[in-house]
Write a protein that binds this ligand. Structure first.
Ligand code: BJW
Ligand code: ZN
Length: 254
């Protein structure tokens, strides 16, 4: 454990009064949710996730895109939060001025006990109308791989009968404004930002750690790989979140 976390990182966390924990797909990897880049497993390996996560893909082939998201919703429901999500909730419990900002569309932070994570890219669990944005109920029964393959025709909107779409943010779409503003506000007023399991490639989300650094916060990154955020981070902890985050909590407070 000792070599996972240098004392500098433990001290930064112990002394912090406001922590922002900024997470990406890597924090859910050890729960069994493929990261965005390797989300193309199983039945989906023939498809390019970046091409499916667009309004154009949904317009061209709504059943393909809806089926992909229903499969991912089913997977998210079947897996459990891991020790990384639990360590994040432990930090929030210990440092009351903390905020979780996640790019993830699963609900594993909530299920680990994080009270109100800010979901920059929406959620698998809040479908809405693709035309009038009226919120739609989740389909009945457990979401699963559609029995007849990859496709699942999306339900129609109760108000206008246009196809229902997933409540996520696709490429080319604006992030939910109030959520993004709250994230920027939290980043600009924290004294420590932890960036965990994100490639740091997708904007404007990737600005969040940079905002924190610009406003004088320390930045700790947790990722087994190098990312474009390496130079922004004061400390780079190279390892998987479910091992490194509990070790960091342990080193800070026990
Ligand atoms: C571990 C680990 C372990 C592994 N422990 N770590 C230039 C060209 C074209 C477009 C653009 C451009 N510059 C900017 C743009 C715009 C675009 C963008 O950023 N594109 C880039 C790719 C270039 N951005 C947008 O379009 C955004 N909107 C926008 O800009 O709107 C403008 C606008 C304004 C006003 C009106 C209208 C429009 C929207 C971006 C939305 C992103 N949405 C997605 C899909 C969400 C739904 C879904 O999940 O399907 O969000 S894309 C995808 O990427 C998803 C993720 O949240 C996001 C970030 O991915 P993340 O989390 O970093 O995952 P990975 O897989 O990339 O990385 C995993 C990391 O984990 C790796 O580093 C591993 O090493 C690590 N890891 N195991 C810890 N155990
Ligand atoms: Zn509608």
């Amino acid at each position: 454990m000792g070599d996972l976390v240098p004392s500098e990182a433990a001290t930064l966390l112990r002394q912090a009064r406001r922590v922002v924990i900024f997470t990406g797909a890597g924090i859910s990897a050890e729960s069994g949710v493929p990261t965005f880049r390797d989300a193309l497993t199983g039945l989906w390996e023939r498809f390019d996730a970046a091409a499916l996560a667009t309004p154009e893909a949904f317009q061209d082939d709504p059943a393909l895109v809806w089926g992909w998201y229903e499969w991912r919703r089913g997977l998210a429901q079947r897996v459990r939060p891991n020790a990384g999500h639990e360590a994040v909730a432990a930090i929030e419990a210990r440092v009351p001025g903390s905020v979780v900002v996640t790019q993830n569309v699963d609900d594993l932070h909530e299920r680990a006990g994080s009270p109100a994570p800010l979901h920059l890219h929406g959620s698998l669990f809040t479908p809405r109308c693709s035309a009038c944005a009226h919120p739609a109920p989740l389909p009945d029964g457990p979401a699963d791989e559609p029995a007849d393959g990859r496709r699942a025709t999306p339900p129609g909107c109760a108000r206008c009968s246009a196809p229902v779409r997933p409540g996520v943010v696709w490429f080319g779409e604006a992030l939910p404004e109030a959520v993004f503003e709250s994230a920027v506000e939290a980043a600009s007023s924290c004294d420590l930002l932890l960036t965990v399991g994100t490639s740091g490639l997708v904007y404007p989300a990737a600005e969040i750690p940079q905002v924190a650094a610009r406003f004088g916060a320390a930045v700790i990154q947790v990722n087994p790989q190098e990312t474009p955020l390496d130079p922004v981070a004061d400390v780079n902890l190279r390892g998987p979140a479910a091992r490194v985050l509990p070790a960091l909590v342990e080193a800070a407070w026990h």
